[in-house]
Ligand binder design. Structure first.
Ligand code: GLY
Ligand code: MN
Length: 414
């Protein structure tokens, strides 16, 4: 970490502490405890699932502090109780020296019972806690669990990113870009999905468990599955297309980038579609101004995709306005335009307003992950897509109201 990011972190934690103090005051509380959760073991096995630092904690501490730790926020200080097991099978949680330790007081324990006892001894009167399910440490007898409304208030702290967070997201993206360039080169060399994935990991210096979400590496028709999860080890005969949706992580903050590349066997129709989608992406980004409703951005994307599908003759016997009004674009673009991005790749806060009141999902766009307007400090992804999804197309072809508008031959080719 360089000096600049240390200063950004200092500002970040100061802002966060100020938000936490307002929260404690308004909720008539003396303290908030946030737990790091415990390792969860595979059924009848001695292997745990990978432990992930909960995002609420990551917001304060950018390094992993390990399972069974507790962050204690009072009006006077932020302190963390870390469990460093004495274990000759696994390395214990590391002893931290990062800049965050100048702002958050660290207490380390080799004995989990002592850790528990000490926190309880130091607790003020009015305390709430939030820990992931299955946590070994329970505070139920001495504190109340945060209510759903309190959890939404805490989530709201994460919606507007500090400069520190924006810098971390940028760094994550720069690394992901390197991975994407390597992956494109691997695709052009003609290797399998599995090997493209390994090249991506190697270039970004990520182990799989460090990725913000599983890489989607899809050659040819595999790209028609939105979150295609297999990494085929076979090399396909033809190179039509390559879709990669892959991120990276920096200080626990996520990147989320999707690109589609044409292969040497790509058709002219596919090349035109790819070019058209790039233009749409740029037009949609231009629409992302402060106070724009996210649902309007979603609608606007459908308008542009309708024009593209008519322009390329993928939809025919209908004009773009009617195609949009009849919802034909949803056959090809069934997902949301994007989402808040931060510590979680699909970051929290999309279904609440600034007062942390609940916003219901859209009935017309059920997969849209945000129902609020764009506000300063939000980071969002813009990821419009046109997919040729077998199940959705079969249903559309079988519908006599829709069938006449589908250019069957071209859709089949694509
Ligand atoms: N980029 C994939 C997703 O947001 O679900
Ligand atoms: Mn995404």
């Amino acid at each position: 970490m360089d000096i600049n990011i240390d200063k950004l972190y200092a500002d970040h934690v100061e802002i966060l502490f100020a938000k936490a103090k307002i929260f404690l005051e308004s909720q008539h509380l003396d303290a908030l405890m946030l737990g790091s959760g415990s390792e969860i073991f595979i059924d009848r096995d001695d292997q745990p699932y990978p432990w992930k630092m909960p995002a609420f904690l990551r917001h304060f501490i950018y390094e992993d502090i390990g399972p069974d730790a507790v962050l204690l926020i009072t009006k006077n200080a932020i302190e963390v109780y870390i469990y460093q097991s004495i274990d000759f099978w696994y390395a214990p949680a590391k002893t931290h020296t990062g800049v965050w330790t100048k702002h958050i007081k660290v207490h380390s324990y080799h004995d989990i019972d002592l850790l528990h006892k000490d926190i309880i001894a130091n607790l003020p009167n009015r305390v709430i806690y939030y820990t992931p399910p299955n946590s070994k440490l329970s505070f139920a007898d001495i504190a109340k669990h945060a209510t759903d409304e309190q959890i939404r208030l805490i989530q709201e702290w994460r919606v507007h990113k500090s400069e520190f967070e924006i810098t971390c997201i940028k760094e994550a993206n720069l690394n992901a870009v390197m991975g994407h360039v390597a992956a494109k080169e691997s695709f052009e060399e003609g290797v399998s999905e599995f090997d493209i994935h390994l090249d991506y990991l190697s270039m970004t210096k990520h182990a799989e468990q460090n990725l913000p979400y599983p890489n989607i590496v899809a050659l040819n028709e595999h790209a028609a599955i939105l979150h295609y999860q297999h990494l085929d080890q076979n090399i396909p005969d033809d190179k039509h297309s390559f879709l990669i949706d892959a991120g990276a992580n920096y200080n626990g903050y996520a990147a989320d980038i999707t690109r589609t590349h044409a292969g040497i066997n790509a058709s002219d129709a596919f090349m035109s579609l790819l070019y058209g989608m790039r233009q749409i992406k740029l037009s949609v980004i231009d629409k992302c101004l402060k106070d724009s409703a996210w649902v309007d951005i979603q609608e606007y994307t459908h308008v542009l995709i309708s024009e593209l599908l008519i322009g390329l003759n993928i939809l025919h016997n209908i004009d773009a306005e009617n195609a949009y009004n009849q919802g034909l674009t949803k056959i090809f673009y069934p997902h949301g335009i994007g989402h808040l991005l931060g510590i979680q790749v699909h970051d929290v806060g999309g279904f609440q307003n600034t007062e942390a009141q609940i916003l219901a999902p859209s009935k017309t766009h059920p997969f849209l992950r945000m129902m609020r307007n764009l506000e300063f400090g939000m980071v969002v992804t813009i990821e419009p897509g046109v997919y040729f999804i077998h199940s959705l197309l079969e249903k559309a072809f079988a519908d006599p109201q829709i069938n006449p508008y589908l250019n069957k031959e071209l859709i089949h080719e694509l």
